[in-house]
Design a protein. Structure first.
Length: 58
């Protein structure tokens, strides 16, 4: 993460995103399907990370 990113507190993209299908068990261990548990929040977080990388030129 660069100096500017640290200064602004921007999120860092995870090095490896797990390959989960919509109907796979969620990675959090809740026992719910991924699509009913964390899929929406993960997609929002990934969109924010990608948008910040595009705007900073990373």
């Amino acid at each position: 993460m660069g100096f500017f990113s640290k200064l602004m507190g921007l999120e860092q993209a995870p090095r490896e995103i797990p390959k989960l299908g919509r109907n796979d068990p969620c990675w959090c261990g809740s026992g719910k399907k991924y699509k009913k548990c964390h899929m929406e929040s993960d997609m929002r977080r990934l969109s924010r990370i990608r948008a910040s990388q595009c705007s900073t030129g990373s």
